[in-house]
Design a protein around this ligand. Structure first.
Ligand code: SF4
Length: 363
């Protein structure tokens, strides 16, 4: 280990204890916990990458944009010495810079190289897959209809890989008006964290106008987004109320609220922390569904479960629709430097050095 590297303490953001009133309702109170929920492989890898970078290089380590879209995770890493910036020119020349899980455009990488920054690319491999598709279709001269939210970091990064061949389609209504050069030379791609149902509606409406629209080689909406939506659909069908733990800028968390409402939940709310639960949300509620976005640590979900227990919701059952075991190995730059100082760099959280299933090179 480099002697200049300081092993930092692990400060934790204090989370308030929440006590709610236990008001009577018709029927038995219960909680249905959706599974899968919370951290996906790409988020786990990105968060561990910043953590390991702090250990290996010492603070500060710079991160372009939020490493993942979760307020709590960002706050904890800030306390450890991460500095989050919006753009590369805010980083001192030669410093270590981590690219977030949402990915960056080639222009951002060029700007970092010009500043001689030591970059660690924590782009989720499933986002990188979409980048490669965008580059390939662009080189083939195809027009790319990128279904996603204009302004979202992932969409900016993917659009950068497709260059001037990319047109963003924000929603199904825009499918009815988007203009293409050649209807027979159009392919669609998407952001990884969209609603599966809404995206298919957008695609169907595009195909009505452009029958020869080409599909991406494989799903762009990632396994984690899809699995969390499938699980919450099942929970929502039985829930009077659904609580989604996740931050406001987390696309997949916001989608979970929408999906819950579309699939039977009488009400659904997104919160960052358990103390945002409003007592009146529970009025007349027998069954509460709980889930969390792909960037949310499980501890925040357990806080919600504990808060609900104080209101009498002590019967907790998990509704499992899939089992996830995918893991990605750390970014290659970090693996190289960790190997140099012999701390082991193959795995992610919890010493996953063994049994890592690395799909980063296969997609
Ligand atoms: S939500 Fe999907 S694309 Fe985004 S980091 Fe997680 S696995 Fe990767």
């Amino acid at each position: 280990m480099n002697e200049s590297v300081v092993s930092l303490p692990m400060p934790r953001i204090a989370r308030p204890t929440v006590v709610l009133e236990d008001r009577p309702v018709a029927g038995d109170k219960r909680v249905l916990l959706a599974a899968p929920r919370g951290y996906c492989a790409g988020v786990d890898r990105a968060v561990v990458a910043v953590d390991k970078a702090l250990e290996r290089y010492g603070a500060p380590v710079y991160v372009r944009k939020q490493i993942v879209h979760n307020k709590h995770v960002v706050s904890e890493l800030e306390q450890r010495g991460a500095i989050f910036v919006d753009e590369v020119d805010e980083v001192p020349e030669g410093a270590h810079l981590v690219f977030s899980a949402h990915g960056v455009s080639p222009m951002v990488k060029e700007a970092a190289a010009e500043r001689q920054l030591q970059t660690i690319d924590a782009t989720c491999p499933l986002v990188t897959k979409v980048h490669r598709e965008a580059s390939r279709f662009s080189k083939q001269g195809r027009q790319i209809l990128l279904i996603g939210h204009d302004g979202h970091e992932e969409v900016e990064g993917t659009a950068g890989h497709g260059g001037d061949r990319v047109t963003i389609v924000n929603n199904p209504d825009e499918a009815d008006t988007v203009v293409v050069d050649d209807p027979d030379n159009v392919v669609w791609l998407s952001q990884t964290t969209l609603s599966v149902d809404e995206t298919m509606e957008t695609v169907n409406r595009l195909r009505t106008r452009f029958p020869n629209l080409q599909n991406p080689p494989s799903d762009d909406i990632c396994y984690a987004t899809q699995n969390r939506q499938v699980a919450i659909k099942k929970v929502a069908a039985e829930a009077d109320l659904v609580i989604v733990v996740g931050s406001a800028n987390s696309s997949n968390s916001v989608r979970l609220v929408e999906v819950a409402l579309d699939h039977g939940a009488k009400a659904a709310y997104r919160i960052d922390y358990a103390d945002e639960i409003q007592q009146e949300w529970l009025d007349g509620v027998a069954t509460v569904g709980v889930t969390s976005g792909a960037s949310v640590p499980e501890v925040l979900v357990q806080d919600v479960v504990e808060a609900l227990a104080t209101a009498g919701y002590r019967d907790v059952a998990e509704v499992e629709t899939a089992v996830e075991d995918l893991m990605f190995s750390l970014p290659k730059e970090l693996r190289r430097d960790l190997a140099d100082c012999d701390t082991g760099g193959a795995g992610g959280r919890g010493g996953r050095g063994q049994g890592v299933r690395d799909k980063s090179s296969g997609i």
